[in-house]
Design a protein around this ligand. Structure first.
Ligand code: ZN
Length: 639
């Protein structure tokens, strides 16, 4: 079956070389080499009848779905019985023929084939009813869309994201995913298929439901020969398997091992409980704990004035990553652990990603409360936030707060001022040019002196001031979110804005009459309190700030980052928008980007004349980038 292997190899090679995925300016091989490999793949696909979902020979274009259809499973999807004891596994196996496989940590899917073609993909859902993700599956790069075998085939497997992809994607996100499972789930359930196309999801088979083989091991082998990727597995003694299958040796995230009886007939005769089938047992790994010494507790002031503690400890190798710091969350957390510098603590990597302090073996309880803010030296106070105690800087003019507050105010989902980095804000605070959000809109006054400073040229200052000007056109949600009101995040700001029909006058008349926003679903009493507190001490400053903005109906589209990660190029004349800038602002307000020329990074070319032979259209076709009309776009954003 070397030909199937070559098909996979070619897929990988061509993906790597493709502009579309890696966004390379320079290709890693010549066009001739690419074409030769491409032709080889076309021929091999014909010969083996194995065509993977992401195959460069299959031009599938991304689009956006309306929602998910519910589907009933042909047989209920049960869990595996679990244990943390190897002896329990040995008792279960009881000298019967078995094999061991990794327990993948992703999203379980059922995929079905008819007449050699992929026909359906369904999520596990609640075990009885799942969601139809057939269209999404067409973008899972290693999932065959065509196979040589013409029987009805049903497979179970895990939709996962490899560690490599996890790190690559997270590096591009403002709010990284805490573990690969969440990323895989978030990606697969994305209705925007372009997102799935750009993130390398994998489908790894762990069970052949039909047809059945006498021995399951042989069934998986046969599936592999058709071009599927099957889970890493081994035979031998239980002990050998446990030792030989370590989590960090595998490309995909795993949270244990599955021990499965090999005989299909025996498995069937053992039956199932309502929870699990009796033919397998899962050995769950416990988080590996490591001892180290606490050398310091660091306190960092955030934009709200909250001072967050971080444990600093002697370097420890946490599952392959040298780690010296872990969050301590809040004061209560430190009190519970009775920490003290020099204490022997136990740390681990939760979900193999986030370092955490598990326990304190010494419990000297000699830690000291920071009575001064590490940034401004102002006095601190303890505040009770629900059931936990936190430390706050009490100085209203704290620079740490100001820096955090302004960095937040200019961020993408708030006022969205591109190029206003933390270092720049720090510089402007130092000069005394920035003391509030309103000051951002007065920076033009310093245009000339600003250009005299190292690191700021004519161009960069002009560009930044231009971006600041553009940010005046905004909407209520952005302006509210920019205020850093405790507990009022992006979605609460959006809720408030929607509740006020995005009308600023409505907003302040409601605020003046002490309107209760808890009428909004999910808007809690604590949020209400926080909003009211903020209004009491900031209403004047806020009203004053509003004079800087231009609230326009076209900019009041409050759709949450629907276009995030998408790059648009706009060309030709427009019918529904006044001009390109208007459309560009709308795209950017929804998290998308607009650039001037078509490149590998372009997600869509927006051109009302789809058949135009302009260079942009040609380039887009060449790079397999969808060309959409204004109408398509409006449908896409659901306006
Ligand atoms: Zn402070």
């Amino acid at each position: 079956m070397d030909k199937i292997k070559r098909v996979k190899e070619l897929n990988e090679l061509l993906h790597k070389a493709s502009y579309v995925y890696y966004g390379l300016d320079k290709p890693i091989m010549s066009d001739k080499e690419y074409d030769d490999l491409y032709d080889e793949l076309v021929n091999l696909e014909k010969e083996t009848e194995c065509v993977l979902a992401g195959s460069p020979t299959q031009k599938v274009q991304g689009y956006i779905l309306d929602g998910f259809k519910k589907v009933e499973h042909s047989k209920p999807m049960l869990s595996a019985d679990k244990t943390k004891e190897v002896s329990e596994v040995e008792k279960f196996i009881d000298n019967r023929d078995f094999y061991c496989s990794y327990k993948l940590d992703g999203l379980t899917l059922v995929v079905k084939y008819k007449d050699g073609k992929f026909v359906q993909g369904i999520t596990r859902g609640n075990g009885t009813i799942g969601e139809d993700v057939t269209e999404q599956c067409r973008f899972i790069k290693n999932l065959p869309m065509k196979i040589s075998n013409k029987h009805d085939i049903e497979l179970r497997g895990e939709c996962v994201i490899s560690w490599d992809e996890f790190h690559r994607i997270n590096a591009t996100l403002d709010e990284p995913y805490s573990n690969p499972r969440n990323l895989a789930a978030g990606t697969l359930r994305n209705l925007d298929l372009n997102v799935i196309r750009d993130r390398n999801l994998s489908f790894v088979v762990f069970e052949l439901v039909s047809p059945t083989f006498t021995h399951k091991w042989d069934g998986l082998k046969a599936i592999e020969d058709m071009g599927f990727e099957c889970v890493g597995r081994a035979k031998g003694t239980v002990e050998n398997c446990v030792e030989g299958m370590q989590p960090d040796w595998y490309a995909y995230p795993v949270d244990g091992l599955i021990f499965e009886l090999n005989s299909s007939e025996l498995s069937k005769s053992l039956g199932a409980t309502s929870h699990h089938e009796n033919c397998r047992i899962a050995l769950k790994w416990e988080d590996t704990l490591y001892k180290t010494k606490l050398t310091d507790i660091e306190w960092n002031t955030s934009k709200t004035g909250l001072i967050n503690p971080v444990a600093v400890f002697e370097p420890v190798d946490l599952d392959g990553a040298i780690t010296t710091r872990a969050t301590l969350h809040n004061l209560s957390y430190i009190e519970d652990l009775q920490l003290g510098i020099g204490d022997e603590i136990v740390v681990y990597r939760a979900n193999m990603v986030i370092p955490k302090v598990h326990d304190n073996l010494t419990r000297s309880n000699t830690w000291t409360f920071p009575d001064e803010c590490p940034v401004c030296g102002g006095l601190t106070k303890i505040v009770k936030d629900n059931d936990t105690k936190v430390v706050m800087c009490d100085n209203p003019n704290c620079k740490g707060k100001l820096l955090g507050k302004l960095s937040h105010a200019v961020s993408k989902n708030a006022l969205n001022i591109d190029g206003m980095s933390e270092a720049t804000i720090e510089f402007l605070i130092e000069r005394g040019w920035l003391t509030s959000i309103k000051d951002i809109y007065k920076l033009d006054y310093y245009r000339e002196p600003w250009k005299e400073y190292d690191g700021f040229g004519n161009k960069s200052v002009d560009r930044l001031l231009g971006n600041i000007e553009n940010s005046r056109k905004t909407n209520l949600m952005r302006v509210l979110y920019a205020q850093s009101i405790p507990l009022i995040g992006k979605s609460a700001s959006k809720d408030i804005a929607n509740h006020c029909q995005n009308d600023i006058e409505t907003f302040y008349s409601l605020m003046y009459e002490d309107y209760n926003f808890t009428a909004i679903d999910g808007f809690g009493t604590e949020m209400q309190k926080s909003l009211a507190n903020w209004w009491n001490s900031n209403s004047e400053e806020f009203m004053d700030l509003l004079g800087e903005f231009e609230f326009k109906s076209t900019y009041e589209v409050v759709v949450d980052k629907k276009l995030e990660g998408l790059n648009f190029v706009i060309t030709g004349s427009l019918n529904n928008f006044g001009n390109r800038t208007e459309l560009q602002n709308l795209i950017e307000s929804m998290g998308g980007k607009v650039s001037g020329s078509v490149s590998a990074k372009t997600s869509y070319l927006l051109n009302n004349d789809i058949n135009s032979t302009s260079s942009k259209n040609r380039k887009a076709k060449e790079l397999n980038i969808p060309i959409i009309t204004e109408e398509d776009f409006i449908k896409m954003i659901g306006e």
